[in-house]
Design a protein around this ligand. Structure first.
Ligand code: FES
Length: 564
């Protein structure tokens, strides 16, 4: 009988993975009945199924152009001869989540993996954009092991305010700092708030969303040229259509993530991270993605790959431009072409070619001035990203040197310590802080607090009003990719278990970025005597947060859930 005979369909199409009723024929029959109710007939159910996981949500305004993008991907899938079936994944809107979106990246990865595994699809296209959606979706897709492509929402187009180009959210921070320093009044800051995010799309500076879009294209999990097309543009819709067409070819080629990803692709991504002055958050996501792919990648290797790479992309916060400028300069393919001598061109791409083959189509050197600089004329003489180690961070820490104050990259100062964000908020304006103090915020690590983006501690108002624009700040948390300043992040181990938890006010702290060092000048014996004063891991308020706190790795392993 028809429902019992579909052995060839067991591993593909909409009848794969039967629901466990104890009767596979009934599973196929009832699945067919519900598909018929949705308007699908036998012609549809005999075709490959492409799942399209999207993250449309009113709580993610940067995804507001995604419905049109979803339609574009569906059109591409249908044109190629497969059936597109959309499904929602968690949507993690960066500025709407308490306490921090990072608390939920791993939850999204679990959800994405299980939905890709459990639902009958031959491959998946994932639509993400806001910071944690892209790594979370891809961590799940890598673990699920089906052919997968990411299609990002695309960046906003830069705003124009009183004749000045501005954008979210580097200028959000710059202007808020000006407001705190009483240089920008109430009426003006209210006006700015309506101008900073003028279109749909992700933040249009080289923040975490843009960085991850670039990184994912370099890894080979998105089609070439897809990272930078602005969200409201026809280019973005064409990326969607092309990705929809390409994913069916990937099914036919059996091009699963493990056949695309390699150590070389991750080291290329780390190199590019330096060249774009990218977000420090990408370091954690790269480590987590590599872990999911079973690729042995260390924080030191990421630091070595990005070391000495000139920042050639002129986007805020390391530079002055925006993502649409980079797109107009040729986007990621043009960037890769410019730094090709530093890349492993044998790495594979989503197109089934090597990176070198994909770059053969890129023509000409970058036209300068543009958002893409020639290697010989970098945006800054500072490196983009540096990994530090030392007595304060035995397993590592990260600083975005390209967005720091050059004079502070070698600095020694007395520590002023805050235990968590509440303590910092309540005492920041009254603590004994001098311009050369080193501000330390701890209790923000993966297991303690899920790594909130609180590492860019505000400059105390008194000092800001006196003209202090930057100080050395150190944390086991993260900072937004759109932020800037001399901020050391992801100190590992976190304070609940590492030496960061033993520092006291007045201890001498030494930051030496050229030497890759971060040290506290207190001997080990003295530190050991302070063990009783350490703040232990706090209790977690929800079931998920407790589960995660028990299973999460430290930042140097990507803050992913331990497995196996
Ligand atoms: Fe979503 Fe910036 S708030 S990318």
């Amino acid at each position: 009988m028809r429902w019992e005979q579909l052995p060839e369909a067991e591993n593909s199409g909409v009848f794969q993975g039967p629901t466990s009723y104890g009767d596979p024929g009934f599973s196929r029959f009832v699945r067919s009945a519900f598909l018929a109710a949705a308007g699908y007939d036998e012609q549809d159910t005999s075709r490959p199924i492409i799942g399209i996981g999207h993250s449309i949500s009113d709580f993610s305004p940067c995804h507001r152009e995604m419905p049109a993008l979803l339609d574009a991907v569906k059109r591409g899938v249908a044109e190629a001869g497969a059936v597109p079936m959309a499904f929602p994944t968690m949507s993690l809107g960066e500025v709407f989540l308490n306490p921090t979106s990072m608390m939920f990246r791993n939850l999204l990865s679990l959800e994405a993996e299980e939905l890709i595994r459990a639902q009958p699809m031959d491959a998946v296209v994932l639509l993400g954009g806001c910071d944690k959606t892209v790594p979370g979706q891809l961590m799940g897709a890598i673990s699920a092991g089906r052919p997968a492509l990411e299609v990002v929402a695309g960046p906003m187009i830069a705003a124009n305010w009183r004749g000045e180009r501005i954008g979210a959210c580097t200028d959000c921070r710059r202007m808020w700092a000006g407001h705190r320093a009483e240089q920008i009044g109430e009426a003006e800051i209210a006006e700015v708030s309506t101008a900073l995010a003028p279109t749909g799309g992700t933040c249009m500076v080289m923040g975490t969303a843009s960085t991850m879009a670039v990184v994912v294209e370099v890894l080979g999990l998105a089609i070439p040229g897809s990272a930078t097309a602005p969200a409201p543009s026809g280019d973005r819709l064409r990326v969607g259509v092309r990705s929809g067409r390409r994913i069916l070819e990937m099914v036919e080629e059996g091009l699963t993530p493990d056949r695309v990803l390699s150590k070389a692709s991750f080291l290329n991504a780390a190199t590019v991270l330096g060249a774009i002055g990218g977000s420090t958050n990408a370091v954690i996501h790269l480590l987590a993605l590599a872990g999911r792919a079973g690729i042995d990648l260390s924080l030191t290797e990421i630091g070595d790959a990005s070391a000495g790479v000139p920042v050639v992309v002129d986007c805020r916060p390391a530079g002055t431009g925006f993502l649409d400028d980079l797109h107009n300069a040729g986007g990621v393919p043009a960037l890769l072409s410019e730094i090709s001598s530093r890349l492993d061109l044998d790495a594979r791409t989503a197109m089934g070619t090597t990176l070198g083959e994909s770059l053969e189509e890129v023509s000409g050197a970058p036209v300068w001035p543009s958002a893409l600089r020639p290697v010989g004329r970098p945006v800054t003489s500072q490196e983009g990203l540096v990994v530090l180690k030392g007595s304060l961070a035995p397993e590592g820490a990260v600083i975005k040197a390209g967005a720091a104050t050059p004079q502070l990259l070698q600095h020694r100062g007395r520590a002023v310590v805050f235990n968590g964000t509440e303590d910092m908020q309540s005492r920041l304006e009254t603590a004994d802080i001098e311009p050369d103090s080193v501000l330390i915020l701890r209790g923000c690590g993966p297991a303690s607090a899920g790594m909130p983006e609180a590492g860019a501690i505000p400059i105390p108002k008194r000092l800001a009003a006196a003209g202090v624009t930057d100080m050395v700040r150190i944390s086991d948390g993260r900072m937004s990719g759109t932020a800037f300043g001399t901020v050391v992040l992801h100190v590992t181990p976190e304070s609940a278990i590492g030496p960061l938890g033993l520092v006291e006010d007045g201890d001498l702290v030494v930051l030496d970025v050229p030497a890759r060092r971060l040290d506290v000048l207190v001997d080990e014996e003295t530190l050991a005597k302070r063990e009783a004063t350490r703040h232990a891991l706090p209790p977690q308020p929800t079931r998920w947060r407790r589960l995660q706190a028990e299973a999460i790795t430290q930042a140097d392993l990507g803050a992913d859930l331990r497995w196996p």
